[in-house]
Every structure is written in C-alpha cells, then in structure tokens.
Design a protein around this ligand. Structure first.
Ligand code: GLU
Length: 296
C-alpha cells in the first residue's frame, strides 16, 4: 500500500530520563503512523538550556531504539532553530499581537491576589494583564533602562484577528471550541530563552507538516492557545490525540524525577522491550503495529 499523508511525531524535552509514560506516548504516535502507512518523526525540544542536558538526548535515542522505534533523520533539534522562532516572534510583535511584560512570578501572584483574581489556568494564575495597560512611552523607557522582559500574547487583539469561533479536533475527545482564555495572555517569548514551548511547538509542528499530534492529556489546555497561534500564523490545524497519562500504583502521575521507573533502569533490571510494549497494550511483534486498528 502506498504511503499516506499522515505524519506524527514524538517531541520529548531532554530534561531527564524517559519513563513508561513516555514509552506509551511514543509508541502511540509510532503505531498511529505505522497503522496508517504514514511517517513518524522525533523532535528534541531542548530550548531551555537550564533544564536540558545533551546526555539526556543521547539517552532518548538509546531508549527509543531499544523500544523498537525508528524515526526519520535528521532529527529536528529545537535549540538549533532559535533564529527561526525569533523571526516569527518579531512578526507577531510588529502586528501588535505581543506586548512586553516586566512582571516577576511574585508580582503576578501578588497582583492576582490583590485584585481578588482567582482564575487559574494549567500553568498557574492567568496573567492579570498588568503590563498590557502600560503606555508605549513607559514600555520604551523601561526597555531603554535594560529591564528584563518577556513578550506576552495580547489575547484580545489576537481574537479580534482570528475571531472567537475557532475549534480544533481531538480524535479521542471530539471537536473542541477553542478556549484560549484558560491560558490568557500567555508568554510566547520568555525573558531567559527568547522563545517558549508554545511558540516553538506550533512553529515546528507546522514546519514539519505534522498532521496528527499524539501527546498526553496534560497538554490539552495548551492546545486551545496553540489553535489561536495556528490561526494567527496561517498554519494548518492538525488533529490531536490527547491520551490519558500513566499513573503509578498510588494513582500518581509518573515523573521524570522518579528514577526507579525510567526506561533505562527498567532495561537494566532485565525487562525486555517486547514485554514493556505488551504491558502498555501494544503488540509484541512490531510488524503487527501496521495492522492495529485502535491505538491503546
Ligand atoms: N516537549 C514536551 C514535553 O516533553 C511535549 C511537547 C508536545 O508533545 O507537544 O512535555
């Protein structure tokens, strides 16, 4: 059968070692591509040098190879594309869709508390809009003194451009009306790294022609914002497949810091990749992925 146009990806951040939850996510994306005769890509999301280690990237390649996955080369390494993210940020800034924000995390918490402003998104309190109200002169003066700032999306301006009727499709959860208000005026350019997860992931998914994004449900709320960015940047809207997160026997989400359940330690303790695949609901035989009709 000819190759289809389906393209999926697994996009880990090398901030630690992969665990079973990552294995499940990567296998799901890989199986979805294989069962549709599509393509599977790997992307390393290492834009945050303070948290990412090159050694972890090497470990990711080793773990995924052990798991039986194959991906197209070259792998896209986000830290090698900073100028591309800056270019897009500059474009959004020129369109007056971003504004400088000088607030620290504490400023935001204090302001949110003072205003009795309770809405909490998945990334902490929704920004109360303090710096959105600054005049152009004040912004310029503060920037001129070298004051550090991030750049936030001006969500209401963005919605004036793209409208409030956006939707996105989640193959597991149905059509979703976009609710970017859950994240509010999100930071698109962090003061420390010159880009952000949200900006880079949306650009790369479009650039790499990803048609189907398979990832954990912890990123579900972020997708509302990603949909707005896609509309602003004239990018196509992929189909999402947000899967449940694996938990430990106590019902807690698996975490990278919990070293006992990393793929490396499971492998070293003698677990075979075939048994792990089976445990996660995938076939022992990788060839059988091609005939899977439903991804676990
Ligand atoms: N790099 C992100 C993470 O490791 C995942 C990004 C995505 O799948 O959209 O959590």
């Amino acid at each position: 059968m000819a190759e289809s146009s389906i393209v999926t990806r697994f996009a880990p951040s090398p901030t630690g070692h992969l665990h079973k939850g990552h294995a499940y996510s990567a296998l799901s994306a890989f199986a979805f591509a294989r069962s549709h005769r599509g393509r599977f890509l790997l992307r390393i999301e290492d834009i945050d040098p303070g948290r990412c280690r090159a050694g972890n990237t090497e470990q990711i390649y080793e773990d995924l190879t052990w798991l039986g996955l194959e991906w197209e080369k070259p792998v896209r390494i986000q830290s090698e594309h900073r100028s591309g993210y800056s270019r897009v940020a500059r474009d959004l800034h020129h369109r007056k869709l971003l504004y400088p924000c000088f607030c620290s995390r504490n400023d935001i918490l204090r302001e949110a508390e003072r205003a009795g402003y309770a809405p909490h998104g998945s990334e902490g309190p929704v920004y109360p809009g303090t710096c959105r109200k600054l005049s152009e002169d004040e912004r310029a003066a503060r920037i001129a003194t070298g004051e550090n700032h991030s750049l936030r999306l001006d969500l209401s301006r963005a919605l004036e451009e793209v409208g409030t009727g956006l939707t996105w499709n989640d193959a597991r959860h149905g059509i979703q009306p976009a609710r970017p208000d859950l994240l509010g005026d999100a930071i698109l350019v962090r003061k420390d790294i010159g880009t952000s997860y949200h900006l880079s992931v949306v650009i790369d998914d479009a650039l790499q022609g990803i048609t189907d994004i398979v990832r954990g449900v912890d990123l579900f709320d972020s997708t509302h914002l990603h949909r707005v960015l896609q509309a602003l940047l004239d990018f196509p809207a992929p189909t999402y497949h947000h899967h449940p997160l694996l938990t430990d026997s106590g019902g807690n989400r698996l975490a990278k810091r919990d070293r006992a359940i990393t793929l490396k330690s499971l492998r070293e303790s003698g677990l075979s990749a075939a048994n792990l695949r089976l445990e996660l609901g995938f076939p022992l035989d990788l060839e059988a992925l091609r005939t899977m009709t439903e991804i676990p």
